[in-house]
Design a binder for this molecule. Structure first.
Ligand SMILES: C[S@@+](CC[C@H](N)C(=O)[O-])C[C@H]1O[C@@H](n2cnc3c(N)ncnc32)[C@H](O)[C@@H]1O
Length: 243
């Protein structure tokens, strides 16, 4: 996802700490051992340590550039691996998939294996907390060059970031993120695909992996989920194996 350190640094600039991060942080601070699946540049666990979390914090991500930034804090374990490649067995009270990591698992088998490995890593009765964009709101319709984001990067460069949807194939949206100069000269183009599952599909895949959905919210203030909610926020419990 992040081509290099510049791209990873730019991710942090484009995604400043917000209400969703406070939401996840509240769960992290209440758990003694935490697995941050798709931790990216590590900001959630950085903040947890800064806030005094004294237990085990592990961040996992397959992206070396993101993890290089995460490793600026050495008092958190950082693991370069995909979710499906995890092999922990019952080591965590809590797993989180913050900033819509759930949506990066595009293929059925990758989604199934990622959730199964996450379930295995959590103790029975532990929790998985995740959020995913509500497909009914069709957020991707706003991802077009008419909605650029202007940013000054860590080198002081004035940049413009533009999004363009390439395809919507079933529940998978493929789009480009172009980092350009303010006058439109492209410096880098990244392509990504995200999957948009609805409430019923989320319940089904979580159930198949050994989770039971406990609570759903429609925003980061724990408001109710409605058809017009931007986000589907899920707290799921890890069921006893073979229960
Ligand atoms: C939108 S970013 C979210 C990063 C971080 N959770 C945050 O809140 O800033 C999605 C992250 O998922 C990671 N990712 C992509 N494929 C993955 C996989 N198969 N397993 C785990 N993480 C993955 C990416 O490298 C990226 O860091």
């Amino acid at each position: 996802m992040y081509a290099d350190d510049d791209a990873a640094a730019l991710y942090d600039l484009l995604n400043p700490w917000d209400a969703s991060d406070d939401f996840y942080l509240s769960y992290v601070l209440a758990a003694s051992s935490v697995l941050d699946v798709g931790c990216g540049t590590g900001r959630l666990l950085h903040r947890a340590r800064e806030a005094g979390h004294g237990g085990r914090l592990v961040g996992l991500d397959p992206d070396p550039a993101a993890l290089a930034r995460a490793r600026r804090r050495a008092d958190v374990e950082w693991v370069e691996r995909t979710a499906a490649g995890m092999t922990w067995e019952g080591e965590f009270d809590l797993a989180v998939m913050a900033s819509n990591v759930f949506q990066v698992f595009v293929a059925d088998e990758e989604l199934r294996a990622s959730l199964a490995a996450t379930r295995a890593a959590i103790v029975p009765g532990g929790r998985l907390v995740l959020g995913t964009r509500n497909p009914r709101v069709r957020a991707w319709e706003g991802w077009n060059p008419a909605n650029p984001i202007d940013v000054v990067d860590h080198q002081g460069r004035e940049l413009r970031v533009l999004y363009q949807v390439e395809s919507v194939a079933g529940d998978v949206v493929t789009f480009t993120e172009t980092t350009a100069t303010r006058d439109g000269r492209p410096l880098r183009v990244d392509r990504a695909s995200l999957r948009f599952l609805d409430v019923h599909e989320i319940d089904t895949v979580l159930g198949g992996a050994g989770f039971e959905v406990e609570t759903r919210y429609g925003d980061w203030s724990r408001g109710p989920l409605t058809t017009g909610s931007d986000n589907i926020v899920v707290v799921a419990a890890a069921k006893e194996p073979h229960a």
